[in-house]
Design a protein around this ligand. Structure first.
Ligand code: TIU
Length: 222
C-alpha cells in the first residue's frame, strides 16, 4: 500500500488491486482533422493530456498495474446505435456517416482507434463501449472482478462526458476512483474545472482527484 496525495484527502493505493483506465483516447476526438475538430472543437485542449498520460502509462506499466483502454463506438451495421443518439445534435454528418477519418464512431474505422501515442500493448484489454459510460453494455465489470480490481486510476476524454459518466458508474459498483487531473481533458475549460470539482466535492462523493506526478510518485518502481 502506498499513499497518493490527493483531494479531498489521501488515496491509499493498493497496486495489485488497481487498474489504470484510459477512456476514449481516440483519433476522432483528439486529432486535428478528426470528428471533434470538424465539429469546431479545439482539440489542443484535449491533446495537452497526451504527454502526462504517456508518462503515467509508462510508470504504470513498469509498476505492473493492470491497464485497460476504452473506445466509444458502434457496430458497422449500427444495430447498437440508439436512434436517439444518432439523431442528437442534428449534425449534417453524424455517427455512422463518412467523416474525415472513416465512418464516425464506427468500430474498425481509423478515427475510432486509439491515438498512436497511447496505443494499447498486446494483452491490455480494450473495451468497446456504445455509450458514454465504460460499464454500460460492456464486460468491463466482469473483467475487473475477475482480476480482483477494486481501484481505478482514471484518465481520458472528455472530463465531463465519458470520464464523469464512467466514474459515476464505477462508484455505484463499489470501485474507488482516482481521476488524474492533467490526464483528463475537455473541449470546454469551465467543464474541465467543474468536472473535477464535482468528483471530489462533498468528501469525495464520486472519488479522488490528483495530478499525474503524485500518482507516479506513489507507484512502485521496479
Ligand atoms: N468520450 C467522450 O467523452 N465522448 C463524447 O462524446 N464526448 C464529448 O465531449 N462530446
Amino acid at each position: 500500500m502506498s499513499v497518493i496525495e490527493a483531494e479531498p484527502y489521501d488515496f491509499e493505493l493498493s497496486p495489485s488491486r488497481a487498474a489504470m483506465l484510459i477512456i476514449d483516447m481516440q483519433r476522432d476526438f483528439l486529432e486535428p482533422g478528426g470528428f471533434g475538430d470538424a465539429l469546431g472543437n479545439d482539440v489542443t485542449l484535449l491533446r495537452k493530456t497526451i504527454a502526462p498520460t504517456r508518462r503515467l502509462l509508462d510508470a504504470a506499466r513498469r509498476a505492473g498495474l493492470t491497464i485497460i483502454h476504452t473506445r466509444e463506438g458502434h457496430r458497422a451495421d449500427l444495430a447498437d446505435l440508439p436512434p436517439a443518439k444518432k439523431a442528437r445534435g442534428r449534425f449534417a454528418t453524424g455517427i455512422g456517416d463518412a467523416g474525415p477519418m472513416g465512418r464516425i464512431l464506427v468500430r474498425g474505422e481509423p478515427g475510432h482507434d486509439i491515438i498512436p501515442e497511447l496505443y494499447p500493448l498486446r494483452g491490455e484489454p480494450v473495451i468497446d463501449k456504445p455509450g458514454k459510460g465504460a460499464f454500460h453494455a460492456t464486460d468491463l465489470d466482469a473483467i475487473l472482478k475477475n482480476l480482483g480490481i477494486a481501484q481505478l486510476i482514471v484518465c481520458g476524454v472528455t472530463t465531463e462526458v465519458c470520464v464523469n459518466t464512467s466514474v459515476r458508474e464505477a462508484n455505484d459498483r463499489g470501485y474507488d476512483c482516482l481521476v488524474v487531473s492533467d490526464c483528463v481533458g475537455s473541449y470546454f475549460p469551465e467543464f474541465q474545472e467543474m468536472g473535477l470539482r464535482m468528483i471530489k466535492a462533498q468528501g469525495g462523493i464520486f472519488g479522488w482527484v490528483a495530478p499525474s506526478e503524485a500518482v507516479i510518485a506513489a507507484l512502485p518502481s521496479t
